[in-house]
Design a protein around this ligand. Structure first.
Ligand SMILES: NC(=O)c1ccc[n+]([C@@H]2O[C@H](COP(=O)([O-])OP(=O)(O)OC[C@H]3O[C@@H](n4cnc5c(N)ncnc54)[C@H](OP(=O)(O)O)[C@@H]3O)[C@@H](O)[C@H]2O)c1
Length: 248
């Protein structure tokens, strides 16, 4: 049964345990997180509670049931790109650090699964959580976006991520797997693809470069090698631009 914050505050450990014992789930997919990096930088204590302690607690409750934890490509520092599952992590932000710590907690049980994913294109109840929603909202508000041509991810549709997670869970996959789009794209290429698909939003974008950026450290290339997950899936992980051209 899907649960959200309105159903359960996951850091209320007693309430979670009571709910777990009454629902007796066959498996757990843990998607909840403080997922916005600036929020984590501002409040690292809460970020550790929600992202690490909550995950540790849920994994312990799950015991030997299948347990799937969603992590991020941002566990890597982005200096290499096309990361394999066993490549060393190098978190550059509080958000990424908490995800690394949560992964370690989940992997204490060798039957549990960590899935690292990249930027997910989707539609949130509040209309402002997905990267696609943020970009479209900015254009609709008349803002121009300057997007890096030299920072890379491999975006994928959230509906595809969900399908992959269900398949991997059904297979009782374990360890760490990478699930992301098959196309490595710069921020600018991602924005350009969205702009072409959403002319009605009045898109305005300029190419930018990391060389002109001053601020918190950013990972230049956290693209993921998803070969291992791909071998297990019944469908091809899509290339984002081809998917976008035929959806929405
Ligand atoms: N979206 C992406 O591009 C992306 C990329 C890589 C990895 N991921 C990972 O994928 C997962 C899902 O991402 P998402 O984009 O769906 O995140 P999201 O839009 O931020 O959703 C996370 C949900 O978790 C809830 N939540 C957080 N802490 C909670 C708590 N203590 N108790 C109850 N509910 C809590 C949030 O509720 P509130 O809204 O009330 O806080 C929110 O509804 C996360 O683990 C994220 O780190 C996402």
């Amino acid at each position: 049964m899907p649960l959200c914050r309105a159903d359960l505050e996951l850091s209320d450990f007693a309430a979670v345990e009571a709910r777990f014992n009454s629902d007796r789930p066959d498996a757990v997919i843990h998607c909840a997180a403080m997922s916005r990096s600036p929020d984590c930088q501002r409040d690292p204590v809460r970020a550790r509670l929600w992202n690490v302690a909550v995950t540790e607690h849920l994994a312990a409750l799950a015991g030997d049931r299948p347990f799937l934890f969603l992590s991020t490509d941002l566990v890597f520092d982005g200096r290499k790109g096309r990361y394999l599952e066993e490549d060393p992590v190098g978190p550059l932000s509080v958000y990424a650090e908490t995800k690394v710590e949560a992964e370690i907690a989940v992997r204490r049980n060798p039957r549990h699964l960590v899935v690292r994913t990249s930027l997910n294109h989707g539609h949130s109840p509040t209309g402002d959580r997905g990267f696609n929603e943020e970009m479209l909202n900015a254009w609709r508000a008349g803002r121009e976006l300057r997007l890096f041509t030299d920072e890379f991810r491999n975006p994928l549709p959230a509906e595809v991520t969900a399908r992959a997670l269900w398949e991997l869970l059904a297979q009782e996959a374990f360890g760490v797997l990478h699930v992301a789009g098959s196309e490595r794209l710069s921020r600018w290429e991602i924005g350009d693809a969205l702009a072409q698909r959403h002319r009605e939003a009045g898109p305005r974008l300029q190419p930018g470069t990391r060389r002109d950026y001053q601020g918190a450290p950013r990972a230049p290339d956290t693209s993921l090698d998803c070969g291992r997950a791909q071998d297990r899936l019944s469908f091809a992980l899509p290339a984002y631009r081809a998917w976008l051209a035929t959806h929405e």
